[in-house]
Design a protein around this ligand. Structure first.
Ligand code: FAD
Length: 305
């Protein structure tokens, strides 16, 4: 089966979501290539392991219709049957265009997939991870949107060996770009994440979260409740409508463990939860549970690390 991975660039390199799909394609022995979207001048996205085409778009124009036209032609001309993208805003837009162009329903939120008798079988997570369903795709071209952190990223050396295609400007112009400042370890790739919930009681107490994360060299996350309350920016929200993380250690401080939060962190390797309510759902998935007040437990932890 011939496959195409629609990929993206983060910090000048192939995104970890794209590398996760590469590792699954390698595992299944698929014949695959990458088409990567971006506006960077010199990205490091090539590899000896696959054919890479860089679709360079202008940072001042959204050209998804033109990008989709280009990719549709590649799919038709090269008789590709399987098209992947990571579940990100950009890939969702592109896959939506492609699926209409090529008349095949996309399958989203895929957390695993396999090939059985030349059919693509997917496992999908819906309703904030409360339900899993299986699909068998009965179409000559399958479009799959893969949930980030579903697979380990491929450990391959990247280079600058790829073909670049410049995409002409479209009819939707970008006139302002705001980039969130990034400081310290980032949620997506940190080995330790310290997350805060409403059980931190007051925004001022997030100082304890900062101190603990500094000691552990951890990234900081939070629940939607505290993001909505303005305690933390949305870029740090973990969960169904935020980021998915899979660190070695996840420390949930004053978090109830609603399913919408769990879906973004339940695959962490070791989960530590601090909550004063021993019935809190977070304890059902915690490897280590501390029943106590965050404002008492955290200072002791910080002091003793
Ligand atoms: P609460 O549920 O209020 O829990 C606070 C916890 O702190 C309680 O368990 C309490 O016992 C404990 N506590 C209180 N005081 C202390 C103390 N002093 N010491 C120790 N423990 C204490 N949520 C997300 O997080 N991420 C998402 O992406 C997300 N997406 C959503 C999408 C949809 C469509 C919907 C409907 C909801 C979504 N939510 C999401 C919201 C989610 O349902 C919960 O409301 C939210 O996760 C709760 O956040 P919390 O645990 O901080 O607050």
């Amino acid at each position: 089966m011939k496959a195409l991975i629609v990929s993206e660039i983060v910090d000048g390199k192939l995104s970890s979501g794209s590398l996760e799909i590469v590792s699954k394609a390698e595992e299944l022995g698929l014949e695959y290539q990458l088409i990567t979207l971006g506006s960077e001048e010199q990205p490091i996205i090539g590899s000896n392991s696959f054919k890479q085409t860089y679709l360079k778009r202008s940072p001042n124009s959204l050209q998804y219709n033109k990008i989709a036209d280009y990719i549709s032609n590649v799919i038709k001309n090269e008789q590709i049957n399987l098209v992947f993208g990571s579940s990100t805003y950009q890939c969702r837009d592109i896959i939506a265009y492609l699926s209409v162009d090529l008349n095949s329903s996309p399958v989203s939120n895929v957390i695993n997939f396999s090939l059985e008798n030349d059919k693509v079988i997917t496992l999908n997570s819906i309703n904030g991870g409360q339900q899993l369903y299986k699909t068998e795709i009965d179409s000559s071209i399958s479009f799959l949107l893969i949930r980030p952190k579903s697979f380990e990223p491929a450990n391959i050396e990247l280079n600058t060996d790829f073909t670049t295609i410049e995409i002409e400007s479209g009819n939707c112009n970008v006139y302002e770009i705001h980039k969130e400042e990034k400081a310290g370890p980032q949620l997506e790739d940190s080995k330790v994440v310290v997350s805060a919930g409403r059980g931190m009681v007051d925004v001022a107490n997030l100082e304890l979260i900062n101190k603990l994360s500094e000691k552990l060299n951890a990234a900081i996350g939070g629940t939607r409740a505290i993001v909505d309350a303005g305690w933390m920016p949305y870029s740090q929200q973990v969960g169904q409508t935020g980021k998915t993380v899979k660190p070695d250690v996840y420390i949930a401080c004053g978090i109830s463990g609603a399913t919408q939060h769990q879906v973004g962190m339940k695959d962490s390797k070791f989960i530590i939860a601090i909550n004063k309510d021993e019935e809190a759902p977070i304890f059902q998935i915690a490897d280590l549970g501390i029943v106590g007040d965050t404002l008492t437990v955290l200072p002791k932890l910080i002091e003793n690390i």
